[in-house]
Ligand binder design. Structure first.
Ligand SMILES: [Mg+2]
Length: 270
């Protein structure tokens, strides 16, 4: 599984946890080494005097390139993972990460190998219908948790995928093709799948077939896959497409569709 190990630089169990998980063939995002040439984010890279910052200095530091890059790597790790392990003791950052993962429908395991700072009622948040007991006291229990998740966990409807997660995960399934034909291939795929949607409609409207909801969902999904991949190939987040399309529709039809406004196309004269 893909695991985000959320913890603290001060937690001496963290490197061992990462190493052992990898021994068991899990992929792990390690904030100490997020990339081969990167030894992780550190406030002291921005200012050796960071411990004495005022609130304003802290907020300014969040806007620096070092912060932006450090946060981007962690955020991508959170988007990428299937599961988050919150290794105690740890600080605000790891708890925010675990909360974000939970909010995105990813199971969170609270691993307490020895000491912990204080009881915290909100850890109950990690108990979900299909994750009945997310607390582990040793590595064997962590493995059992991961095994349970792998075999039993299904995100519930209200914990659905984000566009970003869909785009990232679906992109991993693309067929490799040489550069000159990769993008045209996606374009052909999109029109091919749109054709399959049209074919289903034709069968219902003209050939008298029953409407097959599951098949319709599958073919629309194929169309979405190609839209997502074409966008990803050009580094365009799916959400940007949805937002801009909605903006265009709101500008063109502020009170809903009308023939006059469809001819006027206000959005194109902006
Ligand atoms: Mg298809």
């Amino acid at each position: 599984m893909k695991i985000y190990a959320a913890s603290s630089w001060r937690n001496h169990h963290q490197p061992e946890l990462v190493r052992k998980l990898r021994q068991y063939n899990h992929e792990v995002y390690d904030f100490r080494n997020p990339k081969p040439d990167n030894s992780g984010f550190s406030w002291s890279d921005i200012d050796p005097n960071w411990k004495n910052w005022s609130p304003i200095q802290f907020i300014n530091a969040l806007m620096t390139d070092i912060s932006i890059e450090g946060h981007k790597l962690d955020q991508e790790g959170m988007e990428w993972c299937d599961v988050c392990i919150l290794l105690l003791p740890c600080g605000n950052s790891a708890h925010l990460e675990a909360g974000w993962c939970m909010g995105r429908g990813k199971p969170v395991c609270v691993y307490i190998p020895d000491t912990f700072r204080e009881p915290e009622l909100m850890y109950r948040t990690f108990i979900k219908n299909n994750i009945p007991f997310p607390f582990c006291l040793n590595f064997v229990e962590v493995l059992q948790f991961l095994d349970y998740v792998q075999n039993n966990y299904m995100p519930t409807r209200d914990e659905g995928l984000t566009f970003a997660e869909y785009q990232l995960k679906s992109w991993e399934k693309r067929a490799k093709a040489p550069d000159p034909v990769f993008l045209p291939g996606l374009g052909l795929g999109l029109t091919g799948e749109a054709g399959e949607v049209a074919d289903l409609l034709k069968k219902v409207l003209i050939h008298g077939h029953d409407f097959n909801r599951e098949k319709f969902i599958e073919e629309l999904g194929d169309v979405v896959w190609y839209v997502s991949a074409l966008a990803k190939a050009k580094s365009i987040p799916l959400i940007e497409i949805f937002k801009k399309n909605l903006l265009k529709l709101n500008t063109r039809y502020p009170n809903g569709f009308s023939t006059r406004e469809s001819i006027e196309r206000k959005d194109e004269s902006r």
